[in-house]
Structure formats: C-alpha cells, structure tokens
Design a protein around this ligand. Structure first.
Ligand SMILES: Cc1cc2nc3c(=O)[nH]c(=O)nc-3n(C[C@H](O)[C@H](O)[C@H](O)COP(=O)(O)O)c2cc1C
Length: 214
C-alpha cells in the first residue's frame, strides 16, 4: 500500500483479538516509529511507558476510562506518552552530547553553534514554564501520528487514546518524580471481529471545507 492508501484505509481499532500477540521485532518496529519522530529543535522531550505484560495492563487499568478498558486489557501493546515538565539544563546537555555522538557536528565550533542556537531560541521564545508545558505536549502528538500511520504499514492495528485519567496515570507510574506527566496513549495489536469501526466507511469533511488555497 502506498502512503495515501495507508492514510485513507487506517482506522481507529475499537476491539482487539486478545489471543494474538506481537513478536519482539514487531514491538521494536513500533517503538522505532516513536524514536524517529521529529520534534522541535530535536528536543525529544518525551518518554514512553511500554506495557506488554498482564501485570502492566492490570497496573494501569484503574486509570483507563470505561470506554477504553477492554481495548487496553486485550491489546498486546499499550504505550503511555508522557512529556517532560520543563526543559532542564541537563536535558539540553544530554541532547547536544547525543547529537555529537551521532555524528551531527563537523567540529567543536559546529557543536557550540548548535547548542547556543537551541538555548538562545528557548531563552528568547520558549522560556516560560507554561509555554514549555504546552510546547512539549504538542510534540507527543507528532509521535502519535507517526504511530497511527506506521502501525498499519507494519500490518498492525492501533488506537489513539485520550480517554484515561492522566492524574491517576501519573500517580500509578510515579511520573512526577521522573519530571514527567502523561498526555496520551496508544494501543497496538490485531483487531477482532467485534471491531465495528473496521467495517464503517471513513467520514471526513470535504477538502473545500478544510483547505483554503492562496
Ligand atoms: C488524540 C486522539 C485521542 C483519541 N482518543 C480516543 C479514545 O480514547 N478512545 C477511542 O475509542 N478513540 C479515540 N480516538 C479516535 C477518534 O475517535 C478517531 O480517530 C476519529 O473518530 C476518526 O476515526 P478514524 O481514526 O477511525 O479515522 C482518539 C483520536 C485521537 C486523534
């Protein structure tokens, strides 16, 4: 399937086949979609809790709203997307060190220029805690989009999930102590015959309602 067919054929999975598991390779492929997602200034201000065991599913279950409980209970993979509570000096140090390790800089001057440019942007445009909070949360939705399009490309079905109690999830996962808060989730696996959404036609506003060409 090409990318436009994937985009128009993908759908939100409403029921999973609990008897079908994912291989280690399939899970790794899904996680690499998250790892390779772009983020502003390459900040990657995110963390993903990956749930693949019965114990993990039971642990997060109290935070899941009723409409999603069965999906999370039956899907072989659930992911909680969290964002960092603020952009620390340590985070910026780690980031430039990673970029150096990954061969992004020709020399020390290039490294310094990159680091100073990123810090300058943050100090000038994105210094307030409120801005950083929203800014980092927005990045998670890019990773979610990568997963939603990438899962069907891998032959898998997925569900984006905002229907959970983020405060309960933060407590269950001890996120505050990790400088994180949860924002959104996704489940991945294979759908079941009970997945009514798989049979329904897609519904979207027409292009002339959502697009203005200048
Ligand atoms: C950020 C986000 C959160 C969503 N949360 C839920 C959810 O909690 N439970 C659910 O069943 N569907 C959820 N959905 C699915 C939407 O209802 C669905 O994407 C929309 O109706 C379009 O249908 P489609 O994904 O099948 O094309 C969510 C979608 C997005 C993008």
């Amino acid at each position: 399937m090409n990318i436009t067919e994937l985009a128009s054929n993908r759908f939100t999975t409403k029921a999973y086949d609990a008897s079908r598991s994912l291989t280690e390779q399939q899970i790794a492929d899904v996680l690499s979609l998250l790892q390779n997602s772009p983020s502003t200034l390459n900040l990657q201000g995110w963390h993903f809790h990956v749930i693949t065991t019965e114990a993990g599913r039971e642990k997060i279950a109290p935070a899941i709203f009723d409409l999603n409980k069965t999906k999370v209970a039956d899907a072989p993979l659930a992911i909680v997307f969290s964002s960092i509570n603020g952009i620390s000096e340590q985070h910026l140090d780690d980031l430039v060190a990673q970029e150096e390790q990954d061969g992004r800089f020709r020399d020390a001057q290039a490294r310094q220029k990159n680091d100073a440019g990123r810090r300058g942007y943050i100090n000038n445009v994105a210094h307030s805690p409120e801005f950083q909070h929203k800014w980092m949360e927005r990045q998670l939705y890019i990773a979610l989009g990568f997963l939603l399009l990438g899962a069907p490309a891998l032959g898998l079905h997925a569900t984006p999930i905002e229907g959970f109690d983020t405060h309960k999830m933060d407590n269950i996962l001890g996120l505050e102590a990790q400088g994180l808060h949860s924002v959104v989730m996704a489940t991945v696996g294979y759908n079941s015959d009970a997945d009514f959404n798989a049979q329904l036609p897609k519904s979207r506003f027409p292009l002339d309602k959502i697009i203005t060409t200048l």
